[in-house]
Design a binder for this molecule. Sequence first.
Ligand SMILES: [Fe+2]
Length: 195
Amino acid sequence: LLGCTGVGMSGWHIDGTFRSEPYSHSIYHMVSVAKSGGDTMFIPLTEVVESFSPEQREFLDHVWMLSDRRNHLCHPLIYLHPLTGRPTMCFHQGMTSGFVRDYDPTSGKLDLLNEEENKSVISAIQSAIESATVYSHKWLETGDFILSDNLAVGHRAGSIPSSVETAGLRILHRVTVAGKTSPCKNVLQKQECCY
Ligand SMILES: [Fe+2]
């Protein structure tokens, strides 16, 4: 068997948070559609960010996510989309080892949030997502495809695919487009580190 199974089941995320420049776009192409199950869900991240209360935003604006993969890269949780300039999020609910306060990329020093602070970050994100507009895509035909702005739209696997025996084989190909920018914390940093 080639490929990966159970992809995207670990929670809401964008693709490529383990890279210094997360993927700019993700392309999904349905190669074999199951008779039932296997939806993919999408969520607009600016809406999520803008739904934080002023107190939450004040706190979260100082928070960076620490990837649990490869080089344990640190990205600002909330930053400005490199093309639109609108606030968006760099996050992965299933591939984050913790959160850091006011990370300084030049020193690399990690001021890790304590357990209670970590919980409040996770809870704030989850609550905001639950109140945001979710688009759940039902894959209907082989050949269907979606092109997503990976930096503006979060996603996750939705309903659990039915068993191969009852629903047939579900095969979804994904192509990612290499990102050109590292998430930047503010406009000043954007000028320094983007493009
Ligand atoms: Fe993904």
